[in-house]
Design a protein around this ligand. Structure first.
Ligand code: ATP
Ligand code: MG
Length: 504
């Protein structure tokens, strides 16, 4: 094609040049007009031809570039999808018949995948639902099998399938209940801080086990899950047990929606009225910080480091543990820098001074909660989550994606294996009834919140707070107060607002 065009162009070019040369030589008589037309055609050809070629070349190159970029993007997408499926495949719960071999792809990198023959763990044998695999499970499994046969996988697997231990064959292994009521579990028991019921699990021997933990070993608890899978009910069932426990204890609720904490309104173990506003939450956390400082200063003359050692002394008034429940904690922390700061500042002192956190939230990722708080959550409960990033901060997000029963959760508790647990259900009326019967519901709701521990705003700070309340922007306030705006000037205003519990 190009050759044909080039040939035509060369012929036209040649003819025009010939006409010009002949006219120059006066060998032929050429009309002036024809001469002018010929000359201009030649000039046009000489100019347009390289231009055209240049444009064509550029067009060709850019097309190739776009093409390559598209291919590259598609390849990246495919790799990402393969990695995602691959990661999920690592966490499938597989049910196999006795004697069947199961292979697990142990390396997440597709190119360096290694396939290991693994013996099914007994604790993973019954997960309480024998449904057929979901579409994404089958897809992930199919992908793994495909990779198994094509990438670095042993062609002939010669290991013998290990024998399953005798007794408790899978058919008779216990199955987690789909629903577990708390009341029968605590009926006739005397609730104690040493025996907080978390739920039921299937133990190593394939038997149903009621999982309990002492409060002091749980320390701080993080509970994560998508909306409607059981976080608030979980908070209530733990709080009820602490409320009924025979040991002394003070309890604190921060619950901006006011629903989870409602049945505890009249609990006589409440250290403060239930905090339903961010301002009250700040006041409470400030007061708790003051209490922790007070406790630390009580410890030092006795040279003790923690509340249990202090309480073991003979000549002191024992200090009660304080359990702090914060529902929708991560959304509060994301929206209110002052609360986030306060919690981060006190987190190290909490355990030593006997203050235990129960934080529930829809997301516990690195962006929703500072690492120094997340790292203190030594007990983790993950209900169903939409994707593993949601529970990434607690390290059990991948498994939690596959949960499909309300109240079912993957749990990690100090000193225990990761376990699948059916957490107990309890409703508001039952909580109120039990508190009433146990004589723990005497208190009439009080409106007195602790006074703020930090100093009252200075006149300058008052002006800033007033302007912010009047909807002035940071720039406007800074201009008014500092005479300058932007950058560090605005930051200084932000700090003042944060200090007084305003989220900017
Ligand atoms: N342990 C449980 N056993 C059985 N059903 C449960 C359990 N926990 C919760 N449910 C059911 O799920 C519903 C929602 O539970 P819950 O309010 O605890 O969800 P949530 O995770 O707090 O949701 P949100 O993020 O929207 O507040 C409950 O009303 C109840 O019907
Ligand atoms: Mg809730």
């Amino acid at each position: 094609m190009m050759n044909k065009y080039s040939f035509t162009l060369i012929v036209i070019f040649g003819l025009l040049t010939a006409v010009l040369l002949l006219a120059w030589d006066q060998a032929v008589e050429v009309a002036d007009t024809l001469l002018t037309v010929t000359m201009w055609s030649l000039v046009a050809l000489l100019v347009l031809l390289p231009l055209g070629m240049l444009t064509l070349g550029l067009w060709f190159l850019s097309n190739r570039f776009i093409d390559n970029r598209q291919k590259w993007a598609e390849a990246s997408l495919l790799t990402a999808q393969a990695r995602q499926a691959d990661k999920q495949a690592d966490n499938l719960i597989i049910t196999a018949n006795p004697g069947e071999q199961v292979y697990i792809a142990s390396d997440q990198d597709i190119n360096r995948r290694s396939i290991t023959a693994l013996h099914l763990q007994r604790s993973y044998r019954s997960n309480g639902n024998g449904d057929s695999p979901l579409l994404h499970e089958s897809t992930a499994w199919a992908l793994m099998q495909h990779l198994h046969s094509t990438v670095n996988a042993p062609r002939n697997i010669t290991h013998n399938a290990p024998q399953l231990p005798a007794g408790n064959p899978p058919e008779t292994a216990a199955v987690l209940p789909q629903h577990l009521d708390l009341l029968p579990l605590i009926d006739g028991q005397s609730p104690s801080l040493n025996r907080v019921i978390i739920g039921q699990t299937v133990d190593e021997a394939g038997q149903l086990e009621t999982l309990t933990m002492p409060l002091t070993e749980m320390v701080h608890v993080g509970m994560v899950g998508s909306s409607g899978w059981g976080k608030s009910v979980g908070v209530q069932s733990l709080a009820l047990q602490l409320a009924l426990a025979s040991e002394t204890l003070e309890m604190v609720f921060i619950d901006l929606e006011g629903v989870t904490s409602a049945p505890f309104q009249r609990l006589n173990r409440l250290r403060y009225p239930i905090a339903e506003t961010e301002k009250d939450a700040v006041a409470i956390l400030n007061d708790l910080k003051g209490e922790m400082d007070r406790r630390m200063s009580l410890f030092s003359p006795h040279r003790v480091q923690k509340v249990s050692d202090y309480n073991a002394l003979t000549d002191v008034t024992p200090l009660p543990f304080i359990a702090v429940f914060i529902d929708e904690a991560t959304s509060i922390l994301e929206n209110n820098a002052a609360i986030h700061d306060l919690l981060a500042q006190s987190v190290i002192q909490l355990r030593k001074t006997g203050v235990f956190l129960f934080l529930a939230g829809q997301e516990m990722s690195s962006k929703s909660m500072r690492p120094m708080i997340r790292r203190q959550l030594s007990s983790r409960i993950a209900y169903h989550v939409g994707d593993h990033w949601q529970a990434q901060g607690l390290g059990i997000g991948k498994e939690a994606v596959y949960l499909n029963t309300k109240g079912r959760a993957w749990t990690i508790f100090p000193g225990r294996q990761k376990a699948l647990v059916q957490t107990p259900f309890v409703d508001a009326a039952a909580i109120e009834g039990l508190l009433e019967r146990a004589g723990r519901a005497g208190k009439t709701p009080s409106t007195a919140m602790p006074t703020r521990a930090e100093p009252e705003p200075t006149p300058r700070e008052q002006t800033i707070l007033q302007m912010w309340d009047d909807n002035a922007s940071l720039n406007q306030i800074s201009k008014e107060i500092n005479g300058q705006r932007g950058g560090t000037y605005n930051n200084e205003i932000k700090e003042v607002l944060k200090k007084h519990g305003v989220s900017v």
